[in-house]
Design a protein around this ligand. Structure first.
Ligand SMILES: Cc1cc2nc3c(=O)[nH]c(=O)nc-3n(C[C@H](O)[C@H](O)[C@H](O)COP(=O)(O)O)c2cc1C
Length: 429
């Protein structure tokens, strides 16, 4: 449970260029609301990138990972998909993509508490290419942030490829979002609305598979009819998709609390495909993880909404909503997790709107007991870390504590000195 903490300064190549390492060392991200961290010395960066490269090259898998997928025959492509997955350690517990919410500090927090891999929030491929500010604000990463899926939405293969090339040195999959059901996706002609335009879907996947050095993954929703879902999934595999995440709700089933994800449909996809398949939907605690893996036969699970309330889910912690007879106080709570998250944000700056969103998600139940503190937070148009740590301290002073729970079968001990370090700093400290 200890972070290694060397920042990998992020760099971007110019549009249309190949991501040559020398190019990539030219630029670096700018944090949004504080001075940039001191960049690594260039030779250190070079060494890190080369170490990473050599570790992938030293893998003696049958297929060199730099070969774009579609250069390979059908059988070899499937083997390559599995050799990549195996090389990553077959991650099972995965942080789902969440706009404004699965940003670097949150991913690192979830990784500390058991997540094996994580997706970035969806990035808009065209804006990513065109706007440096968007790139710098919306995509940051570091050495510890692997395995990493970087997700884009797109409807133009060339634009998608340009965006993907900028990030491929920093991730393990470039993912395409075919699942977004929101109105903005309808207007922008991407996400789940491409389920009506399957030739566009195919061209996007093929373009990346033929030209990228990292594998392409896709995240989809299911169709109302199982046979449509299966032929969709097969088409993606044939187009060069190396890993498929299936959210078991249809495009119209937007409300995750109202509609249960269909694990049977996910299981059918898993049985029909030969590449790794991940299940998404209804994963709220570790019992769900185990049941989902068993029922669907999938290679891993994604969780989204439940992680926002409880980033320690994959370490076996659960919120009071899921208490059972065999659960007990896990000696950890959401305020501890918020303090950890804020410390990560101090180290790896992100836009304040993301931080604000996590404060509400993590302390939602606490604010229910003291709504005046929530109102104070809402009234602050400009946030500071001092103010946010102050909120945690005031809630504690007022005696609020809502523990996270653990079942006897999933116990993660948090050492006392570690817990002490998760107290919010006070003005005097
Ligand atoms: C705040 C939020 C933002 C999301 N953003 C994305 C996104 O950027 N890309 C995506 O593919 N899905 C996105 N989703 C959907 C989730 O990845 C996931 O598919 C969905 O919430 C179902 O999983 P769950 O039942 O564990 O919540 C988002 C969900 C939430 C709650």
């Amino acid at each position: 449970m200890i972070f290694k903490s060397k920042t990998l300064t992020l760099c971007f190549s110019t549009p249309n260029s190949r991501p040559l390492i020398s190019n990539l060392l030219m630029a670096q991200t700018r944090p949004v609301h504080s001075d940039p961290p001191p960049p690594l010395q260039q030779h250190e960066q070079q060494q890190e990138v080369e170490e990473e490269k050599s570790s992938s090259l030293s893998d003696t898998a049958a297929f060199r990972l730099e070969s774009p997928t579609l250069c390979l025959t059908g059988e070899a492509r499937i083997e390559r998909a599995w050799s990549h997955w195996n090389k990553l350690g077959r991650p099972k517990l995965i942080v789902a993509p969440m706009v404004d919410n699965s940003e670097l500090p949150f991913r690192l927090l979830c990784r500390k508490y058991g997540a094996d891999a994580a997706y970035t929030p969806m990035l808009h491929s065209r804006i990513f290419n065109e706007t440096e500010k968007y790139r710098n604000e919306e995509f940051t990463t570091c050495k510890e942030d692997r395995p990493l899926f970087v997700q884009f939405c797109a409807n133009d293969p060339d634009i998608l490829l340009d965006a993907a090339r900028r990030v491929e040195p920093y991730c393990d999959y470039v993912d395409i979002n075919f699942g977004c059901p929101q109105r903005i996706a309808r207007r922008g002609n991407y996400g789940a609305f491409l389920m009506d335009k399957l030739p566009v879907v195919k061209s996007l996947v093929e373009k990346l598979a033929m030209n990228l050095h990292v594998p392409v993954s896709c995240k989809i929703r299911v169709f109302p009819k199982l046979e449509d879902t299966l032929s969709y999934a097969k088409m993606l595999e044939d187009a060069g998709c190396s890993l498929l995440a299936v959210h078991g709700r249809t495009r119209d089933e937007k409300d995750g609390k109202k509609f249960r994800a269909d694990w049977n449909a996910i299981k059918a996809v898993k049985n029909a495909l030969r590449i790794p398949v991940l299940a998404n939907g209804n994963v709220r605690h570790m019992d769900d993880v185990e049941n989902c893996l068993e029922e669907t036969g999938c290679d891993g699970v994604l969780s989204a909404e439940s992680l926002l309330e409880n980033p320690a889910l994959f370490a076996g912690f659960r919120t009071a909503e899921w208490i059972e007879e065999s659960t007990k106080d896990g000696n950890l709570d959401q305020a501890h997790l918020l303090v950890e998250y804020l410390k990560l944000c101090e180290k790896y700056p992100v836009p304040w709107r993301m931080i604000r969103s996590h404060v509400h998600k993590l302390l939602g139940e606490w604010f229910r007991i003291h709504p005046s503190i929530r109102e104070e937070l809402n009234a602050q148009s400009i946030l500071t870390f001092e103010f946010l740590y102050g909120i945690v301290n005031r809630l504690r002073e007022q005696g609020v504590r809502i523990p996270l729970y653990q079942k006897d079968t999933h116990v993660t001990e948090i050492p006392a000195d570690e817990l002490a370090s998760l107290q919010a700093p006070t003005a005097s400290s």
